[in-house]
Design a protein around this ligand. Structure first.
Ligand code: ZN
Length: 104
């Protein structure tokens, strides 16, 4: 397995996810256009999409940070205990720079 390829694949996937979220997280139509109840729905859905969007952006930033560190001795090491973080965990939770034990 080539870690650079895996990280780049994950970056691409995350970017297309962000684009999808941003497309549906557009402005909510005014009250009279869609009615009160569906407006509430729209607001609820929007906060779900906003949360997902925020998470995807954190993920993207994390993936890029790992890519920057690739090839350096500190790549894949926990920021706290300096033990090696399994690559599967890096792909799963790239926004974290801690191992499972040190993760807050
Ligand atoms: Zn640790």
């Amino acid at each position: 397995m080539d870690p650079r390829k895996e990280l780049e694949k994950a970056v691409e996937k995350t970017i297309s996810k962000i684009e999808r979220y941003e497309a549906i997280a557009g402005p909510i139509a005014p009250d009279n256009a869609i009615g009160r109840v569906s407006r509430m729905d729209a607001i609820n859905n929007k906060s779900v999409v906003d949360a997902a969007l925020r998470k995807a952006k954190e993920r993207l930033a994390g993936l890029k940070r790992h890519l920057d560190l690739l090839g350096r001795p500190e790549f894949g090491l926990c920021s706290k205990c300096k033990s090696e973080i399994p690559f599967e965990r890096i792909l799963l939770a790239p926004e974290s720079s801690f191992c499972v034990t040190c993760a807050p």
